[in-house]
Ligand binder design. Structure first.
Ligand code: PEP
Ligand code: MN
Length: 337
């Protein structure tokens, strides 16, 4: 919005009046008038309310940058479980990578025992080194789906490329777009077209605006909802793997009123910090937590140092007040015959 002042207006008083209404403003002194640009993350406000401020003579409404995201509900429902502002916090847990059929079943049982409603795990892995384990692909999707169905869980798993979206969508309840792909427009387009909810990780060097534009892209191409996931951004501090940006979580939950979850596993990169970062994320307004868990982290094919033991997962779930989503579970039926 651009707010134009009349020749007799007192810009300082108008500025205070705008700030009093929660708006973020930047002043421009043109040749003929003083103007204020109302910038994000200002809350929505009716132009009439600004016109009523003494000294304001015009309010020009600019086209919203993210109209679909602005209209996105504060909660999305995933097969009977609500995720978002005002809903009970949700827990998504599982291994970094889906490793073997047996382990997937064992870990899914542990995840369900903790009360989490969602099983996570990578079948297609975006690894930093080209020599690292890249996932078992469709086999892993099958193991994950059957382990989830046996344990009344929903599946969240990452899709890496457009050509694999339809395959992953056959097995997943929620698609995950990873940090390394947040800027990948063709992937956002293909993932959106699957018409599923999407967990969108924040790119490790992405601004909040860039992250929100990526979410807008998913919605534009058909995603049934987005759940933003703060997983740490790259700072200068090597003691943790990334820097978990809890201010971003508060901004998205409180100001944008959008579903946002926190992934402390990738944020910290070390298991000893996970419980504290879960508390921090929830305190900042996160709608849930995504956590990596493993029953033999020393032998994990990826991200062992940040995987918590099943007993720690249960302790975190207890502290979060997670209980079985009984109504949701009764609605769960296998998606794959
Ligand atoms: C993951 O969740 O397995 C993952 C690879 O995370 P990120 O994209 O945040 O690095
Ligand atoms: Mn991982």
């Amino acid at each position: 919005m651009i707010v134009t002042l009349g020749p007799d207006a007192d810009p300082t008083l108008v500025r205070h009046a705008l700030i009093d209404r929660g708006l973020w403003v930047r002043r421009f002194d043109g040749n003929h008038a003083v103007q204020f640009l109302v910038e994000p993350p200002s809350p929505p406000i009716a132009p009439g309310e600004i016109l009523a401020i003494h000294g304001v003579v015009d309010v020009a409404v600019t086209r919203p940058a993210t109209p679909l995201l602005d209209a996105h509900p504060p909660r999305v429902s995933v097969r009977g479980v609500d995720v978002g502002v005002g809903a009970r916090p949700i827990l998504i847990a599982g291994p970094c990578s889906i490793e073997t059929e047996d382990r997937t079943h064992r870990l899914a049982a542990e995840v369900a025992r903790s009360g989490a409603a969602f099983l996570r795990g990578g079948a297609f892995k975006p690894r930093t080194s080209p020599y690292d384990f890249r996932g078992h692909g469709e086999c892993a999707l099958r193991w994950m789906r059957s382990a989830a169905d046996l344990n009344g869980l929903r599946v969240v798993t990452e899709v890496l490329q457009p050509a694999e979206v339809s395959l992953v969508a056959e097995y997943a309840d929620v698609l995950q777009i990873g940090a390394r792909n947040m800027h990948n427009a063709p992937l956002l387009r293909a993932a959106g077209a699957a018409n599923l909810p999407v967990v969108l990780k924040r790119g490790m060097a992405a601004t909040i605006d860039e992250w929100l534009f990526a979410a807008e892209g998913l919605l534009l191409h058909g995603a049934s909802g987005v759940i933003l996931c703060e997983r740490g951004i790259r700072g200068f501090e090597p003691a943790t793997r990334f820097t978990l940006d809890v201010a971003a979580v508060a901004l998205i939950a409180e100001v944008h009123q959008l579903p946002v979850i926190v992934d402390p596993s990738h944020g910290a990169g070390r298991r000893d910090l996970i419980p504290a970062l879960c508390r921090a994320g929830l305190a900042a307004g996160a709608a849930g937590i995504m956590i990596e868990v493993h029953d033999d982290p020393g032998a994990a094919l990826s991200d062992g140092p940040q995987a918590v033991a099943p007993s720690t997962l249960r302790a975190i779930a207890n502290e979060m007040g997670i209980r079985r989503h009984l109504s949701g579970d009764s609605n769960l039926r296998s998606r794959v015959a």
